[in-house]
Structures are given as C-alpha cells and as structure tokens.
Design a protein around this ligand. Structure first.
Ligand SMILES: [Cu+2]
Length: 127
C-alpha cells in the first residue's frame, strides 16, 4: 500500500494592467454660460429663471428636451419651483441658486409655480 500526496501546488499569476489612456476631451462647466433671459439656451447650457418677491422672471421659459434650469432666488423670502404634473419640487433660500434637472420632461407645456406663494406662476415649454 502506497500513498502519494501532492502537498503543494504553486501557481503563478501574472497580472498585466492595461490602462486605457483617457483622451483629453474634457469638458469643463462654466458658470457664466447662462443664456439671456427669455431666450432658449444653447444645448447643454441651463436656462435661467429668477425668483424675486414675488414673481418669476421670465414667466415664460423655453428649454430644449433634456435640459436644465438654473434657478436663482433674488428675493428675501424662500422661493420654490414646482411642476405638479411632473413631480418636480425644488426650493432655494434667499440669495441662493440651484440647478434643476428637467431631463424627465417630454416636449410640451408645463405650468410651474412657487410652492410658497401661489401668485408666483409661469409656463415652461420643453421643445
Ligand atoms: Cu415664492
């Protein structure tokens, strides 16, 4: 009766890391790329909406589908941006601003309002 044992198995592992080089096509966001009030922004640039006490400017906005909105509060009170039918509700403190993504909105017309002041209303058109 004989027994053979292979007690040790050595494996060698060679790891080669191939790093795919990142191409230099970096895009940098610029803070000053805000379109003039009331005009449709260039693709990628957020539209601009300003809230004061107590109105939006402009009250009619046009944004390309997939775009976004830079919402600025120039008032002394908190103001909000709400589109009930799209389940969008954002608010910005006095002096603050926020970027609101509109990617889920299909082309069409949407009424928006401030959730704090029901007299503040406007219309957003997605093209
Ligand atoms: Cu308000």
């Amino acid at each position: 009766m004989s027994r053979t044992r292979w007690a040790t198995v050595l494996g060698s592992l060679l790891v080669v890391l191939a790093l795919s080089a990142c191409s230099g096509g970096g895009e940098e966001a610029t803070d000053d790329a805000v379109a003039p009030t009331g005009e449709a922004p260039a693709a990628g640039a957020p539209a601009n909406l300003v809230a004061t006490d107590f109105a939006f400017s402009p009250t009619e906005l046009t944004v390309p589908a997939g775009g976004s909105l830079e919402f600025v509060n120039d008032g002394a009170a908190p103001h909000g941006f709400t589109i009930d039918e799209a389940d969008i509700a954002d608010e910005v403190d006095p002096g603050g601003q926020g970027l609101i993504a509109l990617v889920k909105l299909e082309p069409g017309s949407y009424d928006f309002h401030c959730q704090f002041h029901e007299s503040m209303t406007g219309t957003l058109t997605i093209t």
